[in-house]
Design a protein around this ligand. Structure first.
Ligand SMILES: Nc1ncnc2c1ncn2[C@@H]1O[C@H](COP(=O)(O)OP(=O)(O)OP(=O)(O)O)[C@@H](O)[C@H]1O
Length: 434
């Protein structure tokens, strides 16, 4: 690519070169609205749908602000999972590696050898990327000196709160420069996060790229009723029929993830799996295999739903609905990224009706399908089916109330009563249809 609209930000030439290499021609909404703010040194909260470029909305201006001749930590990026921290770290390297003057970037995440990390910290990096717990450990051991740093990024901020990491983030912030530029990002910013934001950000620029719907535009949300069928078989049938470029199946627990992965493998599928019970080495190896597209099917818990940007996920299957509906948005947001399209199929039970109603109120529109005798069929909208069921129930009730039970029971009275009720039901249905 020989030109890019990112030139409007007057980034250092090496950053423009890196952006061109990434193939970014047009800044996304959130980038357009936040890059100038970050360059001015202001704090900001960035909320926009999954897959809309939040990561580079902070990476590009952050690298621009690094003073290459100044040693010591200048910027810290925190993320709630090792996989996401590593992914962000890789993205930072894709930019800094174009700089003639070396920019020292280091990744600090749990599950790696802390002693070895401390030994390698003879010189301090200029940019730190990592999970809050490990960064905080290294600060407490005075191995990592962050009093020189003035920019802190909190990515996937709501999950940081849910996972109890904000305490660590708080401690990290308290060891940094007094005048702190804080950048907070997520596709979902819940109310419960607001007190933390108020503590560090007097008057942050709050950029909420108001989407018309909470999830990426080009996701087709499909609903499949379980109807007490074996859900692993349903997932298998769906995967066979989709023949996906890359499908990720989400479950609510690690145990269920193993069950589903084992079930699909027993049916002959080669399946990757990623969840918290894997040891750090296995998780790292698995993520690499997934990114290298060694699998067509992955089974994962919500650990992988956050921010992970795996190119080419064409299908997301919810084996079950998450209890926190924000996780539905993050799960389905693994597909249809950067303007591509994708399919999100959710297998649901009757107990999920309320949650589905809430998602519809949030702006998600579902198509209803079923898998009957090896073929996909489109179903009526479940609300229409429910309404029809309600009407049938009302007609039954009315008919039954109109046909009096005889005081004295005579032979054949049941058949006669049923016949009279049918007559009334037919009349009522005719009236409803008008
Ligand atoms: N300006 C751009 N032009 C084209 N592609 C872009 C641009 N900015 C980012 N991308 C690509 O879009 C994809 C999604 O970006 P990113 O992972 O930053 O989204 P996100 O908003 O952080 O998503 P999530 O909420 O899931 O974390 C990535 O593959 C990234 O390389």
């Amino acid at each position: 690519m020989n030109e890019t609209r990112f030139e409007r930000y007057e980034f250092k030439p090496f950053i423009i070169e890196a952006v061109k290499k990434l193939g970014f021609y047009e800044p996304t909404d959130i980038q357009e609205r936040l890059i100038p703010t970050v360059l001015r040194g202001e704090s900001a909260i960035g909320q926009s749908q999954t897959g809309t470029g939040k990561t580079h909305a902070y990476i590009l201006p952050m690298v621009e602000k690094i003073e290459t001749n100044k040693k010591g930590v200048q910027a810290i990026i925190t993320a709630p999972t090792r996989e996401l921290a590593n992914q962000i770290y890789q993205e930072v390297l894709k930019i800094t590696s174009h700089s003639e003057e070396a920019i020292a970037v280091k990744l600090f995440i749990g599950g790696t050898d802390k002693q070895r990390t401390i030994e390698k910290l003879k010189t301090q990096p200029q940019i730190v990327v990592g999970t809050p717990g490990r960064i905080n450990d290294l600060v407490k051991e005075q191995a990592l000196l962050i009093h020189t740093a003035s920019l802190l990024v909190v990515d996937e901020a709501d999950l940081m709160l849910d996972m109890g990491f904000l305490e660590d983030v708080d401690q990290i912030a308290s060891h940094m420069q007094e005048k702190l530029q804080m950048l907070v990002f997520s596709a979902t910013i819940p109310e419960k996060l607001k007190p933390f934001l108020k503590k560090y950000m007097e008057n942050p620029k709050y950029v909420h790229v108001e989407p018309k719907q909470p999830t990426a535009a080009k996701i087709e949300h499909q609903l499949l009723p379980s109807r007490h069928r074996n859900k692993v078989n349903l997932v298998f049938d769906a995967l066979q029929s989709f023949n996906p470029y890359l499908a990720i199946v989400f479950t609510n627990t690690k145990k269920k993830a193993d069950e589903v992965a084992d079930g699909l493998m027993a049916k002959g599928l080669k399946v990757g799996r990623i969840h918290g019970d894997l040891n750090p080495r296995e998780r790292k190896k698995m993520m690499k295999q997934i990114v290298d597209l060694e699998f067509q099917y992955i089974v994962a818990t919500d650990l992988a739903a956050r921010g992970i940007d795996i190119k080419g996920i064409s299908h997301v299957i919810n084996y079950e609905l998450p209890s926190d509906l924000d996780f539905y948005i993050h799960r389905v947001g693994r597909t249809a990224r950067a303007g591509t399209s994708g399919i999100a199929l959710t297998i649901y039970d009757p107990t999920d009706e309320d949650a589905l109603n809430k998602l519809e109120k949030m702006g998600v529109t579902f198509t209803h399908i079923d898998f009957v005798k090896g073929n996909w069929v489109t179903l009526d909208d479940r609300n229409k089916r429910k309404k029809r069921q309600r009407q049938t129930d009302e007609i039954d009730k009315k008919a039954s109330s109109l046909v009096q039970k005889p005081k004295k029971v005579k032979p054949g009275y049941k058949r006669k009563r049923k016949w009279e009720m049918e007559k009334i039901k037919k009349r009522e249905r005719r009236i409803k249809r008008k």
